[in-house]
Design a protein around this ligand. Structure first.
Ligand code: SAM
Length: 253
């Protein structure tokens, strides 16, 4: 659902050019951005320190470090930027998208301190509304983003992402599965942030969704003990590393 909230436009001017903040909708924003999920994430990112730690996902880090390819990367649902910053340090030009303005502001500050702001382009925007351009990215990262959407929005977003990934480009995706304790309301093993998950993926669901446009390089589902935020808690995740194999006439506007 889109609602009018034009006042937000005056809030984040950035005229210096290097670190670009932009808005996907000039006059309309999704309701989640104003009232719901995004403002709950603003509270998470309003606390000191990086919300999910500063280290990138090990599988992504290993892949990037062992690959010679650099170029343009997209970090969808970037949060305060542990992956965007890592990729920028590794030599990528990174476009980072998140619908929490506090997360984007925090990432902007950290990137300046680490002198990475010139290679980071920041978009305060719902990932579903980002203006995807065909054949743009060599690497796309979506770490716990697809599972934050209603199921009906996942496939269309993956199609857009596939369209904007260059042929030969790679996607790294991570999602919560139905085996995650957060799926059971009130489980004391669950994350305090389980409210954010709107779609728990079925076994093999992520792999099947990606298979249409990508060759799967690595796929796994696994239990995890998470100490990066809140009290220690458990997860069950699916991760996929996959290579774009098609040409660009996909569902990317
Ligand atoms: C669990 S956090 C993960 C953050 C980051 N990927 C990381 O691994 O540290 C999920 C992030 O997705 C963002 N998010 C959720 N739904 C979104 C949407 N529809 N559009 C853009 N960002 C979204 C949240 O604001 C939050 O920053």
């Amino acid at each position: 659902m889109l609602i009018d909230w034009p006042l937000i436009l005056t809030k984040h001017p950035d005229k210096r050019g290097a670190n670009l903040l932009s808005f996907c909708y000039i006059k309309s924003m999704r309701k989640e951005q104003v009232t719901g999920q995004a403002s709950r994430f603003d509270l998470v990112y309003g606390k000191p320190g990086m919300a999910f730690g500063s280290e990138p996902e090990p599988e992504l880090a290993n892949f990037v470090k062992s690959s010679r390819v650099r170029g343009k990367a997209l970090d969808l649902g970037c949060g305060d930027g542990r992956h965007a910053l890592f990729l920028a340090e590794q030599g990528y030009h990174v476009t980072a998208v998140d619908f929490s303005p506090v997360a984007i502001k925090k990432l902007e500050s950290i990137s300046k301190v680490r002198k990475l702001n010139r290679v980071l382009e920041l978009h305060y925007c719902d990932a579903r509304d980002f203006k995807y351009r065909n054949n743009s990215f060599d690497l796309v990262v979506a770490v716990t983003l697809f599972d934050h959407l209603p199921k009906k929005d996942v496939r269309p977003l993956i199609e857009k992402v596939a369209g904007s990934t260059k042929k030969g480009g790679v996607i790294f995706a991570k999602v919560h599965t139905v085996k995650d304790p957060g799926k059971t309301n009130g489980s004391d093993k669950a994350s305090e942030l389980s409210w954010a998950i709107r779609h728990y993926f079925e076994p093999d669901e992520l792999r099947k969704l990606l298979k249409k446009n990508f060759d799967i390089i690595k796929y796994s589902e696994y239990d995890d003990l998470d100490k990066s935020h809140g009290r220690p808690h458990f997860h069950n995740f699916a991760i996929a590393l996959a290579r774009q194999v098609q040409h660009s006439n996909l569902a990317c506007p």
